[in-house]
Design a protein around this ligand. Structure first.
Ligand SMILES: NC(=O)c1ccc[n+]([C@@H]2O[C@H](COP(=O)([O-])OP(=O)(O)OC[C@H]3O[C@@H](n4cnc5c(N)ncnc54)[C@H](OP(=O)(O)O)[C@@H]3O)[C@@H](O)[C@H]2O)c1
Length: 342
């Protein structure tokens, strides 16, 4: 990953006054346009929990929100950041189950890139003993998506071959880890040595470098004829070779388009081998099915606490360096996860 300190001077961050610091996006623009503002400390209103943020997870989707490129555009101005780990500092009327001082993690959609965030208790989770704030701030989007894809949108079983694109990134590495926990055999695709090593450490049996190797040929060779499942959070040019790497009856899980280009897949390749292409939209499902989503995320935290899932500790970066972190994510320079520390 790039060194943030060296490029910090190029950030266009502006201080505005007041004690609670947060990142603010005032216009849809490159991350360099983000500012830091200071506002009064938050106090929990009725039905709210206020969290003193120790770590704010950074996700690819945050960069899309900042540029106004996500399918849903947030209302301006807004503070990005969809997941945090921290300590409850105040609890509003009508909230049961949390008290000041609790170590928690929360899924907040927006507002996480800040020293404090107010969230609903239904999106707040107690951190198991031994699970760090950094891990708490980075497992929800990546692991919930991976587990939802592998167990709700498909049914990956022990011994199946799973080809994971972007296997050194947030969602990709989580797919490797979650598929390994189901007993699957995994091939990770990663464009750098660092990313392929991360995929191997998460449980991949083999890796492919898409910059020098033919993904279809190599995946078929390694799996002995074709993979059962593809997890694709990348899209672009890699999707079609990955589709063609599937055996008869293979399932292709569409997770995202980090490459920017939404691929067009040849339908004959789906018809001829009785393959299936399956959409995975954890975000929408989580809002439509809040109770099931809570069960899923509690399961992720329980498995992390029990050592069945192995998220890595994220790299910690000061809140001021937000634009560098988002630029690095957009330019494929990040392996694993990063958190902003306010
Ligand atoms: N479906 C859902 O419910 C859901 C939930 C969460 C996230 N997502 C989506 O999943 C995608 C990946 O998210 P993430 O958090 O895993 O991102 P990430 O950590 O940045 O990883 C994305 C990976 O994509 C690959 N990539 C290829 N071309 C790229 C490009 N032009 N720019 C950036 N990355 C590129 C990179 O791997 P290589 O360098 O190895 O190619 C990179 O490591 C995003 O599109 C996100 O919106 C979907």
């Amino acid at each position: 990953m790039a060194t943030f300190g060296a490029r910090r001077a190029r950030c266009s961050l502006v201080r505005i006054g007041g004690p609670m610091r947060r990142v603010v996006c005032r216009e849809f623009a490159p991350p360099t346009a983000l500012e830091i503002e200071e506002v009064p400390d938050l106090q929990a209103g009725a039905g709210q929990v206020v969290i003193d943020v120790e770590a704010a997870g950074v996700n690819f989707v945050d960069a899309l929100f900042v540029r106004g490129k996500y399918q849903i555009k947030p209302q301006l101005p807004f503070t990005p950041g969809g997941e945090v780990g921290g300590v409850v500092s105040s609890v509003g009327d009508g909230v049961n189950g949390f008290t000041s001082g609790d170590r928690v993690s929360a899924s907040c959609w927006m507002g996480g890139y800040a020293r404090q965030v107010a969230v609903g208790p239904s999106n707040t989770y107690r951190l198991p003993e031994g699970v760090s704030f950094g891990v708490g701030a980075t497992v929800m989007q990546s692991y919930a998506t991976a587990v939802f894809a592998l167990t709700h949108r498909s049914n990956v079983t022990a011994g199946e071959w799973v080809l994971v694109l972007g296997a050194g990134g947030g969602v990709g590495r989580a797919c490797v880890d979650a598929a390994r926990s189901l007993g699957a055999r995994i091939i990770g695709v990663g464009s750098s040595e660092d990313k392929r090593t991360a995929a191997m450490e998460a449980g991949a049996e083999a890796t492919i470098d898409p910059t020098t190797e033919d993904v279809k040929v190599r995946a078929r060779e390694i799996s002995g004829g074709g993979v059962d499942v593809v997890c694709d959070p990348v899209g672009g040019d890699l999707a079609e070779p990955a589709l063609r790497a599937m055996r008869v009856g293979g399932r292709f899980l569409v997770l995202g388009f980090a490459a920017g280009e939404i691929p067009r897949l040849p339908l004959n390749q789906i018809l001829l081998s009785n393959r299936a292409v399956i959409g995975v939209d954890w975000g929408a499902w989580s809002m439509q099915n809040p109770d099931e989503n809570r069960t899923l995320i509690e399961g992720v935290f329980a498995d992390v606490g029990a050592g069945k899932l192995h998220p890595t500790e994220p790299q910690e970066v000061p809140l001021e360096n937000v634009s560098d972190v988002l630029s690095d994510i957009e330019n494929r320079r990040v392996t694993g996860k990063v958190v902003l520390v306010p």
